[in-house]
Design a protein around this ligand. Structure first.
Ligand SMILES: NC(=O)c1ccc[n+]([C@@H]2O[C@H](COP(=O)([O-])OP(=O)(O)OC[C@H]3O[C@@H](n4cnc5c(N)ncnc54)[C@H](O)[C@@H]3O)[C@@H](O)[C@H]2O)c1
Length: 257
């Protein structure tokens, strides 16, 4: 087991990619706090229609220890309270995964300023606050890890201005945080997923989904587990000398010039 008894927080882990990360961490022997606004998993229009059990239930089925802590990452008081609950329950913190994210479709003329603020408050401000409040505890760990979930949209347009800006900012933020906490032997990296089959894709048309599939060199769309295994690698001892990087995990979709 690569993460035996490591204590992790995964935000947004009731559904989708966060759930995939939490389950792969559980398979590797970690203890996991699920920090999400709701415990019930999202069921998508195209993907994950049949997901009904909670992430904690599945973690326990894998023989690991999990707790759900209701948390809105756009609220600093809730993040602070969540981290205190994790420390009280598990006695420390080794790994923070900032995964919670939302997408509101629309270009600059279609999304409102309030929608811009909402996307940035979850996808960027929430990442900063969780990172800031977790670092004092990660400093006490011998295995400190911060893993931020960005996106292929950090590097290109087409997902709307707010979402892309937040994800691009995370790619830079991991470098800054890596410099800050390297002396504490905490590593900080981002994973940039391509199309992963989750409920966040509900805004797409079946034709757009088909087109994403056709453009993928590996001829399938991604699954939450694909991101989960990349996160296990960054969290493991194998990645102890890797920091300040962003890893594209997109089945090769952005390989073509
Ligand atoms: N699915 C993809 O193709 C894809 C691609 C690139 C990046 N991402 C990123 O991966 C992350 C996870 O996306 P997903 O596809 O699993 O989405 P999802 O919609 O399936 O799941 C998101 C989870 O986050 C939770 N959440 C939403 N707002 C929250 C808040 N304010 N506080 C706490 N939890 C909150 C939701 O309840 C849900 O459980 C996001 O950051 C997303 O931007 C996804």
């Amino acid at each position: 087991m690569l993460l035996k008894n490591r204590v992790c927080i995964v935000t947004g882990a009731s559904s989708g990619i966060g759930r995939g990360i939490a389950l792969e961490f559980a398979r590797e022997g970690a203890h996991i706090a699920i920090a999400d606004i709701q415990e019930t998993p999202l069921q998508g229009k195209y993907h994950e229609q049949d997901v009904t059990t909670t992430t904690v239930h599945e973690i326990e089925n894998l023989g690991a220890d999990g707790i759900f802590i209701k948390t809105d990452v756009s609220d600093e008081n809730q993040i602070d309270e969540m981290i205190h609950q994790v420390i009280a329950h598990f006695g420390g913190l080794d790994i923070l995964v900032n995964n919670a994210g939302i997408h509101i479709p629309g270009n600059s003329q279609e999304i409102s300023i309030a929608e811009w603020d909402k996307v940035l408050s979850v996808n960027l401000r929430g990442v900063f606050i969780s990172t800031k409040l977790a670092i004092p505890y990660l400093r006490k760990s011998k295995f400190g890890r911060i893993i931020q979930i960005a996106s292929v949209h950090a590097f290109g347009g087409g997902a709307g201005p707010a979402y892309a800006s937040a994800k691009a900012a995370i790619v830079n933020m991991v470098k800054d945080t890596a410099l800050e906490v390297g002396k504490d032997r905490i590593t900080v990296n981002a994973i940039c997923p391509g199309y992963i089959e989750t409920a966040i894709q509900d805004y797409l048309t079946p034709e757009q989904i088909e087109s994403s599939l056709e453009k993928n060199p590996l001829q399938r769309l991604g699954l939450p587990k694909d991101i989960g295994r990349a996160a296990v690698f960054f969290a493991s001892d194998d990645a102890e000398w890797i920091t300040g990087t962003s890893l594209l995990v997109d089945g090769g979709a952005s390989a073509k010039a």
